[in-house]
Design a protein around this ligand. Structure first.
Ligand SMILES: NC(=O)c1ccc[n+]([C@@H]2O[C@H](COP(=O)([O-])OP(=O)(O)OC[C@H]3O[C@@H](n4cnc5c(N)ncnc54)[C@H](O)[C@@H]3O)[C@@H](O)[C@H]2O)c1
Length: 252
């Protein structure tokens, strides 16, 4: 019988207290990885990690605000001490602060930039020394159709997600000689982040019509793509973006 595809990996999943990150953390553990469940909400991070442990997996919950470099460095050191060298990074933590561009405040702009861009960069920088030394690593960023096509009412989010694509491609180029692959997933799923767009009468039918599959995905349906990008099968795949969105990205 073949061994679990992520056996021997130590994975950090940021924003894993709920939604897509939680589904990734659960699936990674089921595939044999040791998982650090990282979230700004330390209580939820611990609950997710405890549930994984109770199901027979290996996980720790780590409270960390990804937009705080010192907190990221401390969290990374904690993960290495508890689980070993980090070989998989999933940068997934995210927030939205929607407003039309003529109403957007500096606080709304800064909250989205610091979480998505600074948070992704800080974790990227925290894990690369260990990965370069190990001469292996799998890094997966989380972007969005908004970062590919632009969007309405979230210019901050679109810019941040587009910046993440540039970060992903630049890191892929810099890290390829060290045997580290860097890719991105552009997901769409029914999570707390998408609650308004799924339930508000102003948006819900129009949005659903824009999805060729005609339905929202469960977060668990997104996780498999992150497994692929963290697996040996992705050892020769780098700098790529996979949209897991029911085909929506091709419609725009
Ligand atoms: N759900 C979708 O349809 C969709 C679409 C495109 C992209 N995405 C992206 O996927 C990722 C996950 O989204 P989701 O829908 O699961 O969102 P979610 O809101 O359900 O979960 C996000 C998690 O990130 C955590 N978080 C927020 N700020 C943080 C910080 N500063 N430090 C650490 N953790 C923090 C939250 O506490 C939460 O647990 C995000 O990057 C999001 O932008 C989601």
């Amino acid at each position: 019988m073949s061994k679990p595809v992520l056996e021997g990996r130590v994975a950090v999943v940021t924003g894993a207290g709920q939604g897509i990150g939680k589904a990734i953390a659960e699936r990674y553990a089921a595939e044999g990885a040791k998982v650090a469940v990282v979230d700004i909400d330390g209580v939820r991070a611990k609950e997710v990690a405890d549930a994984i442990t109770e199901s027979g997996g290996t996980a720790i919950g780590v409270a960390c605000d990804v937009s705080d470099r010192a907190a990221v460095d401390a969290a990374a050191a904690e993960v290495v001490a508890e689980l070993g060298t980090i070989t998989v990074l999933v940068s997934n933590a995210g927030v939205t602060r929607p407003a039309m561009l003529w109403k957007m405040t500096d606080d709304q702009w800064d909250a989205v930039m610091s979480t998505h861009l600074n948070g992704s960069l800080y974790w990227l920088q925290a894990v690369t020394p260990g990965m370069r030394e190990a001469r292996k690593g799998w890094i997966i960023f989380t972007t969005s159709a908004a970062g590919i096509n632009g969007t309405i009412g979230q210019i901050n989010y679109a810019v941040a997600k587009s910046g993440i694509l540039a970060m992903m491609r630049s890191a892929a180029r810099e890290l390829a000689p060290s045997g580290i692959v860097v890719n991105a997933v552009a997901p769409a799923a029914a999570t707390p982040m998408t609650e308004t767009i799924r339930t508000d009468e102003r948006f819900k039918d129009k949005y659903l019509e824009s999805i060729p599959m005609g339905r929202w995905a469960e977060p668990q349906e997104i996780a498999g793509s992150y497994v692929f990008f963290a697996s040996d099968d992705a050892a020769y795949v780098t700098g790529q973006t996979l949209s897991v969105d029911g085909g929506r990205v091709m419609m725009r």
